[in-house]
Design a protein around this ligand. Structure first.
Ligand SMILES: Cc1cc2nc3c(=O)[nH]c(=O)nc-3n(C[C@H](O)[C@H](O)[C@H](O)COP(=O)(O)O)c2cc1C
Length: 142
């Protein structure tokens, strides 16, 4: 069975909630690992076929705080031959900065050689039952 890792950063629990739904779906087809970004080193990514990052957007279009060191350290790993995808909640009240962390992580993954296999999942507002259904559908295509 192929291996998938979900690495998430979450200040108030919204991204974490989405991450658990992604894991629920991926565990049907992958041997899955789910990690808070605070508890994981970039080196571990080498062991997985599919890499999924989840980050909310904070400040003005910035990564979730816990993601910064990990994001910088991604420059040290070669992710070619890895498949990847990114998700995150945000708020369209932030205009052009809506879910910008998703875009930043996608860009970084591509720079490191990973293949983005699906457009990022961006959710506006509260994590409702509808949000959970939508992210599960997104995860089914991974
Ligand atoms: C101070 C503050 C700044 C935020 N900045 C942005 C932003 O630039 N873009 C965006 O899409 N959402 C922004 N948000 C919304 C959060 O991303 C959203 O509440 C998200 O669900 C939080 O997820 P988390 O609990 O996993 O951290 C901001 C929220 C706060 C409170």
């Amino acid at each position: 069975m192929e291996k998938a890792i979900i690495v998430y950063g979450s200040t108030m629990g919204n991204t974490e909630q989405l991450a658990t739904k992604v894991e629920e779906i991926l565990s049907d087809n992958y041997e899955t690992t789910i990690e808070n970004v605070n508890d994981v080193n970039v080196e571990v990514l080498k062991c997985f076929d599919l890499i999924v990052f989840g980050s909310s957007t904070w400040g003005a279009g910035e990564l979730q705080d816990d993601f910064y060191d990990f994001y910088d350290n991604l420059d040290q790993v070669d992710l070619s031959a890895k498949r990847a995808a990114v998700f995150g909640p945000g708020d369209t009240a932030y205009g052009d900065m809506f879910c910008q962390a998703v875009d930043m992580l996608e860009e970084k993954l591509e720079q490191r050689g990973a293949e983005l296999i699906q457009a990022g999942f961006k959710w506006d507002g509260e994590i409702t039952a509808e949000a959970e259904t939508s992210i599960k559908e997104w995860a089914m295509a991974l």
